[in-house]
Design a protein around this ligand. Structure first.
Ligand code: C5P
Length: 242
C-alpha cells in the first residue's frame, strides 16, 4: 500500500552531487523519493542518482528525453540500469518515441535483473508555456486541451503516467482513469513562500484533485529543518487522503 510519505518526492535541485547527497541524508526516512534533474545531471552525471540507489532510496530521474526513438530507447535503457524508480520523456516526441522509451526501460530493468521497470512518465506541455507560446510554435488548441491530448497519446503508447500541474490534474484523472500516474510539481504548503512558481496548489488540493505523487523542492530543501518541513507536508497529505 502507498503511504502518504511514499507520495512525497523531493527535488534535489543542488548543483553538486555532494550537496544533493547531504540533503538526501537529512531527509532519508521522511520522504518517498528524490528527484534528480538536468542541472545536477549536466554537472556531475549519474553520481547523485547512483549514490541514492546504492542506499536503496527511490529516484525520479527528471531528464525529459526528446530525440529519435533509437536514441531515446538507448538512453532509457541506461537510465533504467541506474536503478531509478521513475523517469520521463516529452510526449511531443510522438508515439514511436514513447514506445521506444518504454522498451528501453524494460530492457534496462532486465539487464539489472529487476522484475519491474521504472515508471515511464510523459511531460505534456511545459507549465512555462502559455497559449501565445504554443500558437507561436504551431501547436493548436488551448493548453489544457493539448495536455489531455498528449496524455492520451502517452497512455496509448504504454507509458505509466504524466507530469502535470495541479490545475490539470482533475481533468487528467477524469480522462485517463485511476491507474494512470499523475506527478505534480508546483506544490506550496499554505505557509510557504511561493518563489517563482505561478500555478501552484497546496499538497491537500493536489491530492484531492487526484495526484499520485507530489514533487516539492524549495519549501523542503531551503527550510531550516528539511526533515520537519517534509513531515508537515506528509501530515497534510495524510489528512487529504482521509
Ligand atoms: O522548488 P520547487 O518546489 O519549485 O521545485 C519544483 C521542482 O519541480 C523543480 O525541480 C522544477 O524544475 C520541477 N518542475 C516544476 N514545474 C514543472 C515541471 C517540473 O516546477 N512544470
Amino acid at each position: 500500500m502507498t503511504t502518504a510519505r511514499d507520495k512525497l518526492i523531493v527535488a534535489l535541485d543542488a548543483p553538486t552531487a555532494e550537496a544533493g547527497a547531504r540533503l538526501a541524508e537529512k531527509l532519508e526516512g521522511h520522504v518517498g523519493a528524490f528527484k534528480v534533474g538536468l542541472e545536477n545531471f549536466s554537472a556531475e552525471g549519474p553520481v547523485l542518482a547512483r549514490f541514492l540507489t546504492s542506499r536503496s532510496l527511490k529516484v525520479f530521474l527528471d531528464l525529459k528525453f526528446h530525440d529519435i526513438p533509437n536514441t531515446v530507447r538507448a538512453a532509457s535503457r541506461e537510465a533504467a540500469q541506474l536503478g531509478v524508480a521513475m523517469m520521463n520523456v516529452h510526449a511531443s516526441g510522438g508515439r514511436k518515441m514513447m514506445e521506444a522509451a518504454r522498451e528501453g526501460a524494460d530492457e534496462g530493468a532486465r539487464n539489472l535483473g529487476r522484475g519491474s521497470r521504472p515508471l515511464v512518465l510523459a511531460v505534456t506541455v511545459l507549465t512555462s508555456l502559455g497559449p501565445g507560446d504554443l500558437a507561436e510554435a504551431g501547436v493548436t488548441g488551448a493548453p489544457e486541451e493539448v495536455v489531455v491530448r498528449l496524455a492520451r497519446l502517452a497512455h496509448e503508447a504504454g507509458l505509466d503516467g504524466v507530469v502535470a500541474s495541479p490545475r490539470e490534474t482533475a481533468a487528467l484523472r477524469n480522462a485517463l482513469g485511476n491507474k494512470f500516474v499523475i506527478v505534480t510539481p508546483g506544490i506550496r504548503p499554505a505557509s510557504a513562500e511561493v518563489n517563482d512558481q505561478v500555478r501552484i496548489a497546496t499538497p491537500a488540493i493536489a491530492i484531492q484533485a487526484g495526484a499520485s505523487y507530489l514533487v516539492v523542492g524549495r519549501p523542503i530543501t531551503a527550510a531550516a529543518d528539511p526533515a520537519a518541513a517534509a513531515a508537515r507536508i506528509v501530515s497534510e497529505i495524510e489528512q487529504a487522503l482521509g
